[in-house]
Design a protein around this ligand. Sequence first.
Ligand SMILES: *Cc1c(COP(=O)(O)O)cnc(C)c1O
Length: 479
Amino acid sequence: MQCPVGSLGYTIRMDKQTRLRQLPKTDEVLARPEIAELVAANPRAIVLDAVRDATDAVRTRILGSDDSVYDTDTFLADVRTRVTVASKRSLHGVINATGIIVHTNLGRSLLSERAVAAVAEVAGGYSTLEYDVVSGERGSRHVHCEEMLCRLTGAEAAIAVNNNASAVMMAISALSRGKEAIVSRGQLVEIGGSFRVPDIMAESGATMVEVGTTNKTHLCDYENAITERTGLLLKVHSSNFRVIGFTQEIGVAELVELGDRTGVPIYEDQGSGVLVDLRRWGLPYEPTVGESIAAGAHLVSCSGDKLLGGPQAGLLLGRKDIIDRLKKHPLARVLRLDKMTLAALEVTLRTYLDEDRALAEIPTLRMLSTPVAQIRARAEAMADRLRGACGDVADIGVADDVGRAGGGALPMADIPSAVVSVSPRCISEFEFEKRLRLGEPTIVARIKEGRLLFDLRTLQSAEENAVIDRIAAILGGGA
Ligand SMILES: *Cc1c(COP(=O)(O)O)cnc(C)c1O
């Protein structure tokens, strides 16, 4: 910024001390009506911090340059921006237009409306969390989901904990601490960064015994590794990767036969928590939890918020004597679920009693199973409305694309989908993507070859208007 130009035509430069003295004192700033307005609408501490930080910023600028001066309007605008940024919740909703259904970074599964209502009810009021209404005495929080888990999978008993990683840790600790746990080399996977089978083994206090090779493991590899020190035989779903070609994995039924013969429990970490046969809706085959139980697995674990479509949780299902040991383990208390998660999980599981209802109501299943023709029709309609709202400031089209189940579930499945593609004429696709992400509401979309793609498989119908309004506002169009 330039200082006033003197009558002789040259710039009068104030020295730094003079310019610093023009900075208002914090008390003077707080007394201004503009700031009083901010204090009325926001926590005082946040406004105070914003005023101090804005003042520091001006001071730093003056010290660092020869012509920077204090300007009230610029200063107040800066304070307002800082208050807005600091007042925005860190954890808030976003619109997922990526086409990745179980998106780990965006909160995995959405809860059904009835699950959300149950969460709100127990969150805002007292509940039967550990109260048995029949006897009027103390109850157990484990009962709320156990019966439903057993009914849906055929397991004898079940327990739900914080997430599947903790379920695996608790299971190995309880069954194999100080003993050996056998696992195939082809299943020593890393899932989502920090979940690595060898590390979980080490933390659980079990000695890992690797058998077979990366691509092939035979039943005799397992059999030869069993000794009196063996506590457990673990089978891990490889989730986010596949070994293809010359491969062999031993199925649960064969392992169970070996386990029963040698007295070693067979535990399968099944991962995605599929409760219904997805082939019914044209999706690739994924073994269900019930199939593992039916094959005789003594213990099975899975996530609550992948393909099951519920809240974050780890489910352990299997033989009653094993689940009883888990319930008594100290980690059961450490990893126990809170009432809100239990409420959401119970409702989600109950919805599965009617498979068609589960498909209609559980968002993850609904998004997975919607026919692509229906998604394409929505995309066409949305593209038309966007053309109306944006005029000629962007090229708007509809294209076929592929979505993903995501979240280490159905790892190799391309799920056909349809996208609205928007190629802005006035700004770059990178700037466009950034403004969508930083605006209100936050919209996360995918860049591809100069365009932004909005995948209608994960973009909810109720969100379409907000997305159209935001795009129109950013691109500044108008028919
Ligand atoms: C996803 C996954 C886990 C980790 O589950 P979280 O619910 O994310 O803790 C563990 N094992 C397998 C096989 C998985 O797919």
